[in-house]
Design a protein around this ligand. Structure first.
Ligand SMILES: *Cc1c(COP(=O)(O)O)cnc(C)c1O
Length: 361
């Protein structure tokens, strides 16, 4: 029996989900089956929003599969990877009972989705080593097995830490969890990292699930397009839990355009620039007075510990620069997370911080 079929909620076995007007592919020229309006809205002259969209738009699924080098049956498209996280929790955790394992500090939505579903969150904190935050993978495996958690969420590269796990490490952990838990690898920042995607492990591990999104490197956060990549069996299970028409038609269109070769080439060159700026910013910030540490990062952001994070944030704010306050996260009371912007924006950050030490001196 596969890991996913072992873990599927008992009460969802035999559940087929909502059967929408678009659940089965039908042919016709007169569409009178979904109670849509026969007339276009004046604000939608070309009629692209008149009809319900395809539940899983075939062309977009095919293009995403191609982009991520997987099969179309391994892809579920949804409203950002946030929806993927939520679907995983709802599919594999019994309401009020399920358990998930996370490794904080990490992306907040894993715990939020779990809590909203009444699932318990088991935390195996990262170790704060001099070379960056590190996962205690043996402790994660032990905690998941002991608690009988259905899901282990790891963020790779890590948000907010910027740390990176190797494919070997993920493969070992997936082996330890085989038959017991799904290992969800959130690759929201995968484009900025130097390691291959965990999709490479799909062929050898039935319990790997990968999350990808067009929100970060693809610069389409408002389009809300993300996907879950997993065994076709897992995709089919999530599909039954997902809303009938998850992806709005205008978002499908922009995503299709964004996955054309000309757009992805531009994206690749921007990723190169962001990585260059990230390293330049890291070395520049590291040398500034008042900066305790800038962690190495495989993402498009830097996690910075400061002697006076409050004052630095106030100074940045006075310069009109908004950064992410991490001070309420456990172990990060002195930290800010700064996204990499354009070279001009990044220069504004360093100038604002540099101006503080001049005042202080
Ligand atoms: C930004 C982010 C997401 C959210 O992605 P959406 O596709 O916009 O929902 C998911 N995971 C991590 C780690 C993120 O930082």
């Amino acid at each position: 029996m596969s890991t996913a079929s072992t873990l599927l909620r008992d009460d969802l076995r035999g559940f087929s989900g909502y059967s929408s007007a678009r659940s089965t592919v039908q042919q016709g020229t007169v569409w009178l089956n979904a109670n849509e309006s026969a007339q276009r809205n004046p604000a939608d002259a070309d009629g692209r929003c008149q009809r319900y969209p395809e539940p899983q738009p075939a062309e977009l699924v095919a293009r995403l599969a191609d982009h991520y080098h997987v099969a179309a049956e391994q892809v579920l498209v949804g409203r950002g990877s946030d929806e993927g996280i939520d679907l995983l929790v709802r599919t594999f955790c019994a309401p009020g009972h399920g358990r998930v394992v996370i490794a904080p500090p990490t992306f907040g939505m894993y715990a939020v989705s779990a809590r909203l579903h009444g699932a318990s969150v088991i935390e195996v904190p990262l170790n704060d080593a001099a070379s960056g935050f590190e996962h205690d993978l043996d402790a994660i495996a032990a905690a998941a097995i002991e608690a009988r958690a259905a899901l282990v969420f790891l963020c790779n590269p890590g948000n907010p830490t910027g740390s990176l796990l190797s494919l070997d490490a993920l493969s070992t952990l997936a082996d330890q969890l085989a038959g017991r838990a799904l290992l969800v690898v959130d690759e929201a920042y995968g484009e900025y990292a130097d390691v291959a995607s965990a999709t490479c492990l799909l062929a050898t591990h039935d319990n790997i699930v990968v999350l990808r999104t067009l929100s970060k490197a693809h610069a389409l956060a408002a389009a809300r397009i993300g996907c879950v990549i997993a065994q076709p069996e897992v995709i089919a299970m999530l599909r039954r839990v997902q809303a009938p028409y998850p992806v709005p038609a205008p978002c499908i269109e922009v995503a299709l355009d964004a996955l054309q070769a000309d757009a992805t080439q531009v994206l690749a060159s921007r990723v190169v620039e962001v990585r260059r700026e990230r390293e330049r910013m890291r070395s520049e910030l590291s040398r500034m007075p008042g900066v305790r540490c800038v962690y190495p990062s495989a993402g498009n952001f830097l996690l910075v510990r400061l002697e006076d994070a409050t004052a630095v944030q106030a100074r940045l704010s006075a310069a009109g620069i908004v950064v992410r306050d991490m001070r309420s996260a456990p172990g990060l009371q002195d930290a800010l997370r700064i996204s990499i912007g354009t070279p001009v924006e990044n220069a504004a950050v360093t100038a604002a911080i540099a101006s503080m030490s001049k005042v202080a001196a």
